[in-house]
Write a protein of this length. Structure first.
Length: 98
């Protein structure tokens, strides 16, 4: 569970990131989750765009995806959301202590 200071730190990192994947009209599929799982292991923080034709709510979708991938919801702004999960093999992001 992220505290406020850690979440703020991750928001700062995410502000410079571009979305690397999108959710379309098919919604959250197993293939999407597999790809996002690999991306989280490689990058630790991932920004996702939800396309208008998907009719999904960004915050609800982000929480659902984070739960399925054992990740942490960082933020949702507009049609984008950010999730974080510490890499098992190659941790890069050092979160500040509480």
């Amino acid at each position: 569970m992220l505290n406020g200071k850690q979440r703020s730190y991750l928001k700062g990192i995410a502000s410079n990131e571009k979305p690397i994947t999108q959710i379309g009209k098919l919604g959250v599929t197993e293939r999407f989750l597999e790809q996002l799982d690999l991306a989280l292991e490689a990058r630790e923080i991932v920004k996702v765009t939800i396309l208008d034709n998907s009719l999904l709510h960004p915050k609800e979708t982000a929480n659902e995806v984070a739960e399925k991938l054992n990740a942490e919801f960082v933020q949702a702004i507009g049609n984008k959301f950010v999730i974080y999960r510490r890499s098992i093999n190659n941790p890069r992001i050092q979160l500040p202590k509480s």
